[in-house]
Design a protein around this ligand. Sequence first.
Ligand code: MEV
Length: 422
Amino acid sequence: MTTSRIQGFRNLSVEERRSVVTQQTGVDAAALAAFDDGGFGADAANHLSENVIGTFSLPIGIAANHTVNGRDVLVPMVTEEASVIAAASNGARMARTLGGFHTSSTGPIMQAQIQVVDVVDPHAARLRVLEARHELIELAEAQDPKLAEVGGGVRDLTVRVVDFEDEAYVVAHLVVDVRDAMGANAVNTMAEAVADRVAELAGGRVVLRILTNKADLRLARARAVLDAETLGGDQVVDDMVHAYKLAAGDPYRAATHNKGIMNGISAVVLATGNDTRAVEAGAHSHAVSAEGRYTSLSTFEKDADGNIVATLELPMPVGLVGGATKTHPGARAAVALTGATSAAELAELITAVGLAQNIAALRVLASEGVQRGHMSLHAKNIAIAVGAGPGEIGQVVERLIAEKAFRHDRAEAVLADLRSGK
Ligand code: MEV
């Protein structure tokens, strides 16, 4: 990878963009051909899901301008929403001026829960289970000897008593280093294997044995310093911080603020064949403050030089082995484009893209508002939807914007006028 800063990338044709991507990343054109038919045939799809009747394609695009820990990356994103990839590229460009994104992460630790009900002495039961910690860890590890071979394995067993209404459940957690896997299968198998013994020790009956998507021991982090001048000056800086503070203090704004972050995150998670719902569940469960209030996942502060420092930290349970990441040719090509060699590296990149998206959203909201850019992309979608061809789209878009009429009926009329030479 040489540079992710590619002048005029958006003005190229699809073929030209592919050839730039090939040149920059070294991923060959044959691998990118996986994107020709949506990346996936009906036969292959039939093995991935149930009752399959075909496949369903979405655009895959490339977010430019990302620098992560000094390495330039072209980021594959799958999204149905216009302006998301443009915004990620924009946010990354603003971060790039002062060095791009700096990232870090915890180990790839996932947890599974084993719920025991009908326990007469839950607090004593908790200690009985903990007294058998070594035995239970050994039993769990025996389920996945390969994981230990690659440096993973069970790191701990913890036990909580969860009270709700008139129940007190004994809930054991297996804490597992899953290395480059997303880890759901590994920890679920382990939880099922130890469940009966946990119940026996606790003196109760097992109900649930399943991972928790609140993956708060598997966090990824990204940080960027944003040059005040690049952002548009002190007023924009102050207003971006105001925008952040509203998200930090108000769940109504936090939901939208975090949705913007997830625009970037889910698009890369999907492109790389990972589980968008697992990442989303983890993110939103993490967006709850110590006081129990839903809040912003990111922070924006003004530093001593008057620049903004933006940070993002959240669970990022993504893998490079197993599932669609390995079996879907498009997902494989997308992972190759990122150049990520470990699940942790991919998790950190995805977090940087979430922050880029968030930076771009706050920058535009704190200045001109989203509608101008958004509506021109929206107008383009409408023009295409009513059948405008490549030579007509631009003119239809111009007319819709001039009239501020972003409706299909108006686009149809404009197109008809154009074709009849009016
Ligand atoms: C739109 O998909 C996302 C935004 O609403 C995010 C935000 O408001 O921060 C622009």
